[in-house]
Design a protein around this ligand. Structure first.
Ligand code: ATP
Ligand code: MG
Length: 190
């Protein structure tokens, strides 16, 4: 089983690199952000709750997101592994992931930290907002999301270092160069 956590600030390219990883290694993909946006689009109860947080640049409460994660994992059949994109974002979420995987006799193989300078993140997200119209990709909300990232999510870097799973990846430059560095790291744990 190849279980990859793809990690990084908003706009660090998690979704883009995840698609390439899925195509190469044939594993399943869970993007919690995509799941939440689909719920919002579908007008579900969960979507209504999620929208309130996302529009404010805040995280969805841990219990809700952990529940989504467990359900999505159980929907995969004969899986070769999973890439976790946008999850975990807090230490309780990382602990929950460890537990959910352990219950299935598995563990995280590697955590890839896509490291991108802050000015580059701002530029990418503002551009994405203009092109896709994603409601949380506006300057004010982006700034809030970056603060949330630093306060609640970045502590996971040390958490995964202590867990022996951490791998730094230079997250800016050519897409192909970033992907090559990812593959080199993944091939060592596969
Ligand atoms: P990227 O551009 O690298 O894909 P992102 O931060 O722009 O990352 P998403 O991962 O799509 O975008 O997340 C969008 C929003 O969904 C977050 O700002 C947050 O409100 C909510 N969300 C997504 N995943 C989680 C999670 N694991 N815990 C709590 N909230 C989450
Ligand atoms: Mg994404």
């Amino acid at each position: 089983m190849l279980n990859i956590v793809i990690f990084g600030a908003p706009g660090s390219g998690k979704g883009t690199q995840s698609e390439k990883i899925v195509a190469k290694y044939g594993i399943n993909h869970i993007s919690t952000g995509d799941v939440l946006r689909a719920e919002i689009k579908g007008g579900t109860e969960l979507g209504k709750i999620a929208k309130g947080y996302i529009d404010q640049g805040q995280l969805i409460p841990d219990e809700l997101i952990i529940d989504i994660l467990a359900k999505t994992l159980d929907s995969f059949q004969e899986s070769k592994g999973v890439i976790f994109d946008g999850f975990p974002r807090t230490i309780p979420q990382a602990e929950a992931l460890k537990k959910v995987l352990a219950e299935r006799g598995q563990e995280v193989s590697i955590m890839l930290d896509l490291d991108v300078p802050e000015e580059e993140l701002m530029t990418r997200l503002i551009k994405r907002g203009q092109e896709s119209g994603r409601a949380d990709d506006n300057e004010e909300t982006i700034k809030k999301r970056l603060v949330v990232y630093h306060n609640q999510t970045a502590p996971l870097i040390d958490w995964y270092k202590q867990d022996g799973k951490y791998q730094h990846i230079k997250g800016f430059g050519l897409l192909e160069d970033i992907f090559a560095e990812i593959c080199e790291a993944v091939d060592k744990v596969k």
